[in-house]
Design a protein around this ligand. Structure first.
Ligand code: AMP
Length: 476
């Protein structure tokens, strides 16, 4: 038995998920009947998010949508780290204030998430809006003897005082020495792995009043201050990518469990795998990144979502051009199928058939198994193959087509790549004009002119497909 799992929650639904703490798949647990509290570490807002960050946020978007689809009432909270060394360094480099820089990139983050269809977060909480709560937590840690003051520097957490330090990452306090991620350097620290709770600010840095003088919070304390305010000292699920397990999430446990005396801080820890480039984690510091914005200039968000779903959220996957091309082909195949289905379903009676229930059951059982999206996608492709075959043989009734469409729509309420963006697609006026010109030329059998119009559309980034309902236009 690892650590100290005492938690008076209850099991919910048939969903199992992998808990990084126990390293086992477990049923979803919640403290409050029918409700799930979920916190995911949000971005540090000093730059654009890259596709690695986007993978983590799109994964949790899918996870939350599936939990809600299954009838659970999820409150999804994310923090925004809007004060941090990296923000200050970037602000100094670009000559704007740290606050303006953080606000600018916070807005850009929301825009990027909206573009990617990540719309399941209930609330975003900025670190700097929780300074009084942060100060209160640091105070308690000082009073209880878990923290100490290094004069002229800041308040530090003494990891040797917290017996369980390392229980999430499977390390001992001594091993904390090899932590590489954002270790706070200070010569007078008691243990090398001790981390800053409050940093006294240097000249020109953003700062807030505190009992220990002007300063700013350390990185880990904002999360526990925010989650305590929203959820109390214990809650159901905490997520982030793997790199946050140590020291960040370990530090959160040390802070909150020391403050409240209640264990565990979190019932289930969920961590996403990395998006990699030639086997290496995509990251800002390595410079091997593509921002979400750059990606979206050339590709549709639907492509990113499908690419992501093809890999289990916990496993790493490599970003390659060939994977993109393959996914693009799959997307076209599914689009062509849904177009055919729609046409067939047009004359259906209002009562749809339900002959594809088995596919839906297969999809659910894959999703119930720790969100196994690659397997769940296989059910979706099975439906498309079967539907296409029946359509080819002219054996698909309009009612059956409508039943298939409603299954695909249900699946897409979680996967967000089949219909989203397509249905609401606004075709600009000038594109409509070229399409109409091509249609006119086709009717007049002026193939040279029709071809010219098609090429014009392609140059403008659009394509058209001829269906029994007339031309369907979409972005390439
Ligand atoms: P940051 O802005 O650096 O705090 O990162 C925001 C989120 O993205 C955190 O949950 C990170 O763990 C996650 N993340 C960073 N790089 C990657 C990557 N290559 N693949 C997946 N998630 C990542």
């Amino acid at each position: 038995m690892k650590g100290n799992v005492r938690y008076s929650g209850r099991t919910m639904a048939d969903i199992t998920l992998f808990n990084s703490y126990t390293r086992k798949k477990e049923n979803v647990h919640s403290l409050k009947k029918g409700k799930l509290s979920l916190f995911v570490c949000g971005p540090t807002v000093y730059n654009y998010v890259h596709l690695g960050n986007a993978r983590t946020y799109a994964s949790f978007d899918m996870i939350v949508k599936y939990l809600r689809f299954s009838g659970l009432d999820v409150f999804y909270l994310q923090n925004i780290t809007d004060i941090d060394d990296k923000i200050i360094a970037q602000a100094n480099e670009t000559g704007v204030s740290a606050q303006d820089l953080a606000l600018e990139f916070e807005q850009k983050y929301y825009q990027d998430m909206q573009e990617l269809g990540v719309d399941s977060v209930n609330e975003y909480a900025r670190a700097t809006d929780f300074i009084p709560e942060i100060i209160a937590q640091v105070n308690i840690l000082l009073e209880k003897g878990y923290a100490y003051d290094i004069s002229g520097d800041g308040i530090y957490y003494d990891i040797s005082r917290f017996e369980d330090y390392g229980k999430l990452a499977g390390r001992t306090a001594e091993q904390a020495d090899d932590g590489v991620s954002r270790i706070d350097e200070a010569v007078e620290k008691r243990n090398r792995g001790d981390f800053a709770l409050w940093k006294r600010s240097k000249e020109g840095e953003p700062s807030w009043e505190s009992p220990w003088g002007e300063g700013r919070p350390g990185w880990h304390i904002e999360d526990t201050a925010i989650t305590e305010k929203y959820f109390g000292p214990q809650y159901d699920i905490h997520g982030g990518a793997r790199d946050l397990i140590f020291p960040h999430h370990e530090a959160e446990i040390a802070q909150m469990e020391a403050i409240s005396g209640k264990k565990p801080l979190v019932r289930t820890w969920m961590h996403t795998g990395f998006l990699t480039v030639q086997g290496e984690k995509m990251s800002k510091s390595k410079g091997n990144f593509i921002t979400a914005r750059e990606f979206l200039k050339d590709h549709s968000p639907r492509l990113f979502r499908l690419l992501m779903l093809k890999h289990h959220y916990r496993l790493p996957f490599d970003y390659t051009e060939s994977a993109l091309e393959q996914t693009e082909a799959e997307l076209r195949y599914l689009d062509a199928f849904t177009d055919r289905l729609r046409v067939r379903a047009e004359s259906a009676n209002p009562l749809p058939g339900n002959s594809s229930n088995r596919i839906m059951e297969d999809w659910k059982s894959a999703m119930n198994d720790d969100f196994n999206t690659p397997k769940a996608l296989a059910s979706l492709f099975e439906l498309a193959n079967e539907g296409n075959r029946l359509l080819d043989e002219n054996k698909l009734s309009p009612e059956h087509a409508m039943g298939m469409l409603s299954i695909l729509k249900a699946i897409d309420s979680v996967f967000s790549f089949l219909f989203q963006w397509r249905e609401n697609l606004v075709v600009p006026h000038e594109i409509q004009e070229v399409v109409a010109r091509r249609e006119q030329a086709r009717q007049e059998k002026n193939w040279a002119e029709a071809d010219k119009a098609r090429q014009e559309l392609e140059t403008l980034g659009w394509e058209t497909q001829d269906t029994p309902n007339g031309p369907q236009v979409r972005k390439k």
